[in-house]
Ligand binder design. Sequence first.
Ligand SMILES: [Zn+2]
Length: 270
Amino acid sequence: MKIIDAHIHFCREPYFDQIAELAGHKNTSEHLKSRYAAHNIVQGVVMGNRGLQLSEHQYPDYLSYCVGLDSTCFKAEEAVQQAYWVEKHLQRKNCVGIKLYPGYNHFYIYDPSVDPFYQLAMQYKKPVAVHTGLTATSNALLKYSHPMVLDEAAVRYPQVQFVMCHIGNPWLVDAIAVIGKNKNVAADLSGILEGRIDSMPDFFARKHGYINFFKTWLEYLDDYDRLLYGTDWPLANIANYIEFVAHIIPERHHDKVFFDNANRIYDLGL
Ligand SMILES: [Zn+2]
């Protein structure tokens, strides 16, 4: 089975190097490429960090990226100038979307200041991925990263394809409500695991209630055309993650969730 990893980070920073070690990996392109080859992962989609300079966003050919408005660069009052640079990214073939980090940057994604980015997403027909759910830092604010914020954005911008990153975890019920109601919202399943898990059967036994809850609400949604495999590399171990997603998604939907949906939504042309 071919796989697309629809959510990774690709930064050489001490924080990312450290979490890669905890996941049993090395945060280098060579290592990532070799792990991808070992698991038949044919493409990764980088969620951008480190600002908007074009020169900061050079990626090997097995990676595409979403231009990221992270806390190092997003300022609502500078959205017009930033949109100029975001457009330069969107004109690149390997830039397949825009990534927003509202919990970290303290803004509601339906705020009018975000308008210029949605206009560009519509113009270039590229999706807007949004971090939802828990955050990695405590100075982030969860009211901005709650999956419910996608509802108003999806209604205001029906032509924009949204990707709810991390499926709002742990607000899974709220996330499913938003995805079920809004056909222009998909979700990636990244960022649920972290570190390296020695025994997945043990993990499934220990987290039995949570895993069943997750599966229950995915079954309730019953729409496997809008769920994307993703890891949040280098946060999690790649072999663990494939096993995890294969466990929570019924086997007849694996091709869609592991490959087809990301290929279509990010228009990867694979
Ligand atoms: Zn991420």
